[in-house]
Ligand binder design. Structure first.
Ligand code: 13P
Length: 358
């Protein structure tokens, strides 16, 4: 294990106010999103969409790394360059999702455990050879009647820790993602208590598996009231609850925290990240960044709609959302960013950029 290179990569992933962009939707999830938008669900359309994202001019100003899916890391840009190589050329670190999904946990109705440990060592070294320098594994925890159970939290924490150890052995920075889902009627306080339990258990297991904390990125959920909870706290209250929860559970040695968006709107995710910086700047032991999927991609996907004529506008929307989140990391995001998108437009886009982008 090259400890220094793991630490260097981790630090680079959260440096300069930048963040990660998750474009690692599995084929099934990507197809679902295409179906909702009326876009044909073919391998070529998925490639074209990822090509549009990767080739967005200026995107590396706000994005330090992109998380790819197995299909994407084997595909090429319109110019014939493998996606991982195209990212590296732009100074963006290529990452790869390596879990194979959350499956029902035997004996625990309504709960899931994420699978993918079998053969993982070999898969990781193949991805490293393809250019990936970090990996992602997502565990999902549902809040409901008497869940998540201790058994489910433990099983997922075990898997996350074993995955993280294997990543570091291979030279990949593990992005450790225990996601407490937003779906439900639970209160913000319940989410705080559950997130605390989950993070405590995850770090116990990471330490037990001898994972280098300085060489990993934690990708947690924000502490939020359930989507169907009648009381929806303010942006500041969410930021406070999230920071209190993380300060109690995440060791200061961890290189960085990069939040998932989990289905929040782009604007709300930026506003909450901004409040964490504005209100807690003096007491953040780790870099606090983002690793958003939907909260950065959603407007771009709707605008693109599968049509080449919309590619430019879609790239502008993607650039804009990424820039909003970079501003949030400096506590400089305001509603003005949403009303006047012209403030954060990318540099002029040459027509040639669209060669090969459907
Ligand atoms: P969202 O930001 O859309 O939740 O996606 C992040 C992610 O990578 C989930 O694993």
């Amino acid at each position: 294990m090259n400890t220094q290179s793991l630490i260097d990569t981790s630090n680079k992933m959260v440096a300069d106010g930048k963040g990660l962009l998750a474009i690692d939707e599995s084929t099934g999830t990507c197809n679902e999103r295409f179906e909702q938008a009326g876009i044909p669900q073919t391998e070529e359309m998925r490639r074209s969409y990822r090509d549009l994202i990767v080739s967005t001019p200026g995107i590396s100003e706000s994005i330090s790394g992109m998380i790819l899916f197995d299909e994407t890391i084997r595909q090429r840009t319109g110019e014939g360059i493998p996606f991982a190589e195209a990212l590296t050329q732009k100074g963006i670190i290529p990452g790869i999702k390596v879990d194979v999904g959350a499956k029902p946990l035997a004996g625990f109705p309504g709960e899931k455990v994420t699978e993918g440990l079998d053969g993982l060592r070999e898969r990781l070294s193949n991805y490293f050879a393809m250019g990936a320098r970090f990996a992602k594994w997502r565990a999902v925890l549902t809040i409901g009647r008497e869940i998540p159970s201790r058994g489910c939290i433990q099983a997922n924490a075990d898997a996350l820790a074993r995955y993280a150890a294997l990543c570091q052995e291979t030279g990949l920075v593990p992005v450790v993602e225990p996601e407490v889902l937003m779906e439900g009627t639970h209160t913000l306080e319940t989410c705080r208590v559950v997130t605390e339990q989950v993070l405590r258990c995850v770090f116990e297991e990471l330490v037990a598996q001898r994972v280098l904390l300085e060489g990993l990125i934690l990708k947690p959920n924000m502490v939020l009231p359930g989507l169907d909870c009648p009381i929806q706290e303010s942006v500041d209250e969410v930021a406070d609850a999230t920071m209190h929860c993380l300060r109690r559970t995440v060791p200061a040695a961890v290189a960085g925290v990069a939040f998932l968006s989990g289905g929040q709107s782009g604007g709300l995710a930026s506003a909450r990240l901004n409040a964490m910086h504005l209100n807690h700047m003096a007491r953040l032991p780790w870099a606090v960044g983002f690793s958003f999927g939907r909260a950065i991609q959603q407007p771009a996907l709707s605008i693109w709609d599968g049509s080449p004529a919309n590619s430019r506008a879609a790239q502008r929307a993607l650039y804009h959302r990424a820039a909003c989140n970079r501003a949030a990391r400096f506590g400089e995001y305001t509603l003005q960013f949403e009303s006047d998108a012209a403030q954060v437009l990318p540099p002029a886009i040459p027509e040639a950029v669209f060669a090969g982008v459907v």
